[in-house]
Write a protein that binds this ligand. Structure first.
Ligand code: BES
Ligand code: ZN
Length: 456
């Protein structure tokens, strides 16, 4: 394929791309919101439509007990490698809505970016694969590899139904390599291959006492207040060195080699830039580790939200009946989510006072994963990035999670290449999510060239 032609073709299609992506973005596919079931199905249909229009064959939805999966394929490259592309069409909730400068589901151009929920995570990036595929047909070029696609609508809630599907459709999904564009580049114009993601263990911790809220004059001071107990428990989850205080939490953590820590230290990094991206006042974290190490090679525990009792306007005097915290733990190799959830539960049972009832409800989990850095497919990705971005890629880990990466590697026996085009400050999961359009177009070109380099 003539890369100059590819580049001018992609550049000539910019407006159409934005129009089509905007139509998919308009569908409010928030997987965490159970009132959006219809939107989830509509979004799966929109993805199928885009796939068919691009020329992908045998496109079909697979019902699950949750949101539909969408499969498609194009198998005309004989003995050349088979690539499985994975992405997700579900998005995160949009609250707080009042902080969005433009409506979350109306894709809006501002400066060099396109703003909307899902623009970067992951509708925009999923879309890039479809356009990379389509480019071959439009340029009358033969598709150089066999392609399979699996898109899901539950990634943001833990990919609950994808794992059994992968297990029961091993042959359908069989591939030589899996490629996922759902991670961020290290920075603007810094092509990146990610080789590690953290895992996840998510739970809800509730403390209750009475069955209903009680008058704090009639009962306050004479029974235990669940909000106080929860606050106390939360404060005991970390020690003063920023470490998680759950016994045996670190037992299985693989100490990262000196060489890898040196590699990480060699990456360009500045506190100033990190603080600008986060908007935070100062860095913080586990004693003895750099920011990137805290994010990539160390496990964490975070309270995502806490509620209970009276939080409305004005004043009301009660002893709340119940208080709840939503807790997530990011895991690193070789921690296992099931074991970590168990350790959390035992610790809570050990420290909770007998005056209240404490429950731990497991929500979802995913295992940490490392991907190869010396596989031929990684070399192909690296060459494609270098061609488009004019420099060799950075190799990084990331702190986020894609629950099924390890499953793909273990069940399909195929390496996963994490070739993402987002940026760390694109506000994914936050108000005003956006995607840097130059990376969006360059990403389409990179993916097309990647497919071709894989066949060489
Ligand atoms: N695209 C992200 C994963 C990600 C985030 C990779 C940041 C690299 C850097 C993905 O859509 C996501 O947010 N996943 C969830 C998974 C969780 C709900 C199991 C996450 O990481 O919170
Ligand atoms: Zn994502």
């Amino acid at each position: 394929m003539d890369y100059t032609k590819l580049s001018s073709y992609v550049d000539s299609r910019k407006q159409e791309y934005l129009n089509e992506l905007s139509r998919m973005i308009r569908i409010e596919s928030i997987s965490a919101d159970l009132s959006k079931k219809v939107e989830m199905v509509r979004c799966a249909e929109a993805v199928s439509g885009l796939m068919r229009e691009a020329g992908i064959e045998n496109v079909k939805p697979f019902e699950t007990e949750g949101n539909p999966l969408v499969y498609g394929e194009y198998i005309h490259a004989g003995d050349n490698p088979t690539v499985l592309v994975y992405g997700h069409y579900d998005v995160q909730p949009v609250d707080p809505l009042s902080e969005w400068e433009t409506p979350p589901f109306e894709a809006t151009m501002r400066g060099d970016d396109l703003y909307a929920r899902g623009s970067s995570d992951d509708k925009g990036q999923l879309f890039m694969h479809l356009k990379a595929f389509e480019a071959f047909g439009k340029l009358n070029e033969k598709i150089p590899v066999n392609l399979k696609y699996i898109f899901e609508g539950e990634e943001e809630i833990g990919s609950i139904h994808l794992e059994p599907f992968i297990r029961s459709h091993k042959d359908l999904l069989k591939a030589d390599v899996v490629v996922i564009s759902d991670t961020a580049m290290y920075g603007r114009d810094m092509p990146t291959i990610c080789y590690g993601l953290r895992g996840m263990a998510y739970l809800e911790l509730s403390v209750s006492n009475s069955t209903i809220d009680l008058h704090s004059g009639s009962f306050g001071g004479a029974i235990e207040n669940p909000v106080h107990v929860l606050a106390d428990i939360v404060s005991r989850l970390h020690d003063r060195y920023g470490r998680v205080a759950i016994p045996h939490f670190y037992d299985d953590v693989v100490e990262v080699s000196k060489e890898e820590r040196e590699e990480i230290a060699r990456l360009p990094y500045s506190d100033g830039e990190f603080l600008r991206q986060s908007g935070a006042l100062a860095t913080y974290g586990e004693y003895g580790f750099s920011t990137n190490e805290r994010l990539w090679i160390r496990p964490t525990l975070d309270v995502n939200g806490i509620y209970g009792g009276f939080t409305g306007e004005g004043a009301k005097t009660i002893i709340p009946s119940k208080a709840t915290a939503k807790v997530s733990m990011r895991l690193v190799p070789n921690q296992k989510s099931e074991k970590i959830l168990g350790l959390f539960e035992s610790f809570i049972n050990q420290i909770a006072p007998p005056t209240v009832k404490v429950t731990v409800k497991k929500m979802h989990s995913g295992e940490p994963a490392l991907t190869p850095i010396d596989h031929p497919a990684v070399k192909a990705a690296s060459a494609a990035l270098e061609h488009v971005f004019g420099r060799k890629p950075y190799f990084i880990r990331e702190g986020g999670s894609i629950p099924e990466v390890l499953t793909f590697q273990q069940i399909l026996g195929a390496p996963v290449v994490l070739l993402g085009f987002g940026l760390p400050d694109e506000n994914s999961h936050a108000p005003n999510e956006h995607i840097y359009l130059r990376h969006f177009y360059d990403g389409i070109k990179t993916l097309a060239i990647f497919y071709e380099k894989l066949s060489m």
